[in-house]
Design a protein around this ligand. Structure first.
Ligand code: ADP
Length: 364
C-alpha cells in the first residue's frame, strides 16, 4: 500500500500536470502570437496563434531562431514616437515594446511586439499583436488631416493678409468700432494659421517626413533668429528679455528648424503668460555631450496639479485660459513630440503667480 506522503506527492504532481495543461491551453489559444526564446533567440515555446501566422505546426517551430521563423523589421510607430530598441537578455529592465512590419501573403502586416526577459530562466517572453488595421486607420487619418490642413492654409493666409490690410487702413480709414472688429479677425486668423501649422508639423513628424539628422545650423543661429522674431511681441508687452550664452555656442551644430520650433514655443508661452512689464530669460549652458537651455519667466505660473498634463494635446490650465484665451493647447504637445524624437529631455517647474521655468537638455 502506498504511504500517505506518496499519495500526496502523486496528487500534487497530477495537480501540477493539470495546471500546466490548462496554462498551455490558455496561452496556446490567446489571439495574439505568444512565443518564448532562449538566450540564442531560439524558440522554446510558441502558441497556436504564432503557428497560424507563420503557417508551420508548433512542434516544427521549436528550436528555430525568431529571425528564421518570424522575420520582421523595425517600423516607425504610428503614434508618432520612435519606440526604444527591442530588449535583449542583457537588459536589466528587461521589458520593451516596438512596432515591426513583415510581409505575409504579399500583404504588409504591422505588429506591436512586447517582450520581457525573465532572468530566473534566462528566457524572453514575446507577445506580438497584429495592429495592421489600427495602423492603416492611423495612416488614413494622418493623410486626411494633412490634406485638409494644406487646403485650409491657402484661404486662411489670404484672410489673414487682407484683414491685416483692412486693419491698417489700406481699404480706407476705419472708425474705432470697425478697427476693433478688424483686429478680432486678424487675431483669430493668426490663431487659425498657427493651429494649422502646428497640425501640419505634427503630421509631418508622425509620418517621419522630417530629417532628424539634419545639422544645418548652430545654436547661435537659432538664438539670433528667435531674438529678432520675438522683438515686437516683447516690446508690445514691455517684457525685459535677458539672454546668456556660453562661449563657442556658435560652433555647436544642431537641427536649426526643430530646435527653433521647441524654443520658439517655450518663449512665446513665456511672453503670453507673463503680464506686461515682466521678465523673461533664456540661458544656454554647455555640459558634457549636451546643451541645456533654461527659459524662465516671472508670469502667472502653472497650477501644481496641471504640470504633469501640460504636454498633452489641447490641455490648458484655467489660469492660462483666463490670461490668454486664444491658446490652442498644441504648442507644448509639438515641443514634446520633437523633444522625444531627438532624445531631448524637457522639465518644467512652476509656482503659481511667481513664474515658470522650462529646461531642455539637447544631446550632442
Ligand atoms: P497654449 O499656450 O496654446 O494654451 P501650449 O501647449 O503651448 O498651449 O501650453 C499648454 C498650457 O501650458 C498652457 O495653456 C498653459 O496652461 C501652460 N503653460 C505653458 N507655458 C506656460 C508659461 N510659461 N507660464 C504659464 N503657463 C504655461
Amino acid at each position: 500500500m502506498a504511504k500517505n506522503s506518496e499519495v500526496a506527492i502523486a496528487a500534487e504532481l497530477l495537480e501540477v500536470q493539470r495546471t500546466l495543461g490548462w496554462m498551455d491551453l490558455v496561452i496556446g489559444n490567446i489571439t495574439d502570437a505568444v512565443y518564448v526564446t532562449d538566450h540564442n533567440e531560439r524558440l522554446v515555446f510558441v502558441n497556436q496563434c504564432f503557428s497560424d501566422i507563420v503557417g508551420v505546426p508548433r512542434v516544427f517551430l521549436l528550436g528555430q531562431t525568431v529571425a528564421e521563423a518570424f522575420p520582421t523589421s523595425l517600423k516607425y510607430d504610428p503614434n508618432n514616437q520612435f519606440l526604444p530598441n527591442l530588449g535583449t537578455p542583457n537588459d536589466t529592465e528587461g521589458s520593451d515594446t516596438n512596432i515591426y512590419e513583415r510581409v505575409e501573403n504579399e500583404k504588409l502586416k504591422i505588429y506591436k511586439i512586447s517582450c520581457r526577459f525573465i532572468p530566473t530562466i534566462e528566457q524572453t517572453v514575446h507577445i506580438a499583436k497584429d495592429i495592421t488595421t489600427e495602423y492603416e486607420m492611423s495612416v488614413m487619418k494622418n493623410d486626411f488631416i494633412n490634406i485638409a490642413s494644406h487646403q485650409l492654409r491657402t484661404p486662411m493666409t489670404a484672410i489673414m493678409t487682407y484683414s491685416h490690410m483692412l486693419y491698417q487702413g489700406y481699404g480706407g480709414q476705419l472708425d474705432a468700432d470697425q478697427k476693433q472688429l478688424a483686429e478680432r479677425i486678424v487675431v483669430s486668423s493668426e490663431r487659425m494659421i498657427s493651429l494649422i501649422n502646428d497640425i501640419l508639423l505634427i503630421s509631418r513628424l508622425q509620418n517621419g517626413e522630417e530629417n532628424l539628422q539634419n545639422k544645418d545650423g548652430s545654436f547661435k543661429d537659432v538664438f539670433n533668429i528667435l531674438e529678432s522674431e520675438l522683438e515686437s511681441k516683447l516690446s508690445e508687452k514691455k517684457i525685459k528679455f535677458k539672454t546668456s550664452y556660453p562661449e563657442g555656442i556658435e560652433k555647436v551644430k544642431c537641427n536649426k528648424f526643430l530646435i527653433h520650433e521647441i524654443l520658439s514655443n517655450l518663449l512665446i508661452n513665456g511672453i503670453q503668460y507673463t503680464p506686461s512689464g515682466g521678465k523673461l530669460a533664456m540661458k544656454a549652458v554647455t555640459e558634457e555631450k549636451k546643451v541645456k537651455i533654461i527659459i524662465t519667466d516671472n508670469g502667472i505660473g502653472i497650477p501644481k496639479e496641471d504640470i504633469p498634463n501640460i504636454f498633452n494635446q489641447f490641455t490648458r490650465a484655467d489660469n492660462a485660459f483666463k490670461a490668454f484665451n486664444e491658446g490652442t493647447g498644441l504648442g507644448l504637445y509639438v515641443v514634446k513630440i520633437i523633444a522625444d524624437l531627438i532624445n531631448a529631455k524637457i522639465d518644467c517647474s512652476s509656482r503659481l503667480n511667481k513664474g515658470t521655468t522650462f529646461t531642455v537638455a539637447f544631446p550632442l
